[in-house]
Design a protein. Sequence first.
Length: 397
Amino acid sequence: MTTTTATTPTTPSGDVVARAAAGFRQRYGAEPAGRWAAPGRVNLIGEHTDYNDGFVLPFALPLRTVVAAAPRDDERWTVWSELSADPVEFGPADVDEPGRVTGWTAYVAGVVWALRAAGHAVPGARLAIASDVPVGSGLSSSAAIEAAVLAALVDLGGLDLPADRWPRLAQRAENEYVGAPTGIMDQSAVIRGRPGHALFLDCRTEEIEQIPFDLDAAGLAMLVIDSRAPHRHADGEYASRRKSCERAAARLGVPALRDVPADGLDAALARLDDDETRRRVRHVVTEDQRVLDTVALLRAGRVRALGPLLTASHASMRDDFEITVPEIDTAVEAALAAGAYGARMTGGGFGGCVLALVEAPTADAVAAAVASAYAERGFAAPGAVTVLPAGGVTRVD
Ligand code: GAF
């Protein structure tokens, strides 16, 4: 297996931008008024901590979703994407009743809904969407669509909505229109990401700090391995993890698990009466601490020293939060055995991608070791790419 290296463009690769514009011309017989691009993301560390009011450290990817758009003079929205043969059209009545627009188009309708719910006069529009963010790989293709559509509609309508309010609005679209009870991490990463930095986000206060994360300068690479594992029951399991955390916080008498300090963990666990809940709580509390420790190491320029924290995060997701699958664990073990400093699943779990921090010249060999471990176990071949932190949503032209 060879890895392909995605670099950090200031704008997305010409290809996906051109595809969005070509799709627009072909579907609507006109030129778009503009193009807006939003990235996918990976999370360096801090998994299932966002909806517990905790800390996360994601970064935006150089893989992007591009929306070519133009206003129309009625209050309707027509959306075409590479994912579907025919455009889908919807109006205010569909938008105002969550559930009427379904499938991937619901992310677009959800953004229109959230803007309207916040009192904005959303312009009718024609949109064409092209994407290099793979769907179903846990790289937040949905947040990328939300962010790119949001940016397009804000610009086309001249809406008064500062970008620091976009993540909550896009999250509302996903939670309340699409019906996925996710946290604020993905939308924050794809909107606020900055090239060469990881985004340290306090999910309670929404305070952010851009933490320099210069892998190139350190001679390192971040390998993103696509496990190609089918997402098994991912939605229901995600929701059930979230509920357990909320129940545990209520039992402990705190607003959220973020309020259980790491040095108070044992005392908190002693107050819980079932082992499963204890393990869920232990994951969240120790994971918050690992985010803080990772930030401290990055601030000190000790990037190689992140390895054990990444691997400990994986063990916690596997043993305590129980959100990994055999393909994912195999990829982590094989990457570590091939010399990665650390490796962990990234994202919501039950499939998706693994991150491995490696010396740059070893990236291909580590990817090959993962591929051969997969072949031995009879799993479908994994994908692999090295990435650098890229920028968040932007207008292309
Ligand atoms: C998914 C969710 F969308 C995020 O909000 C976050 O909870 C993540 O899973 C787990 O850390 O990506």
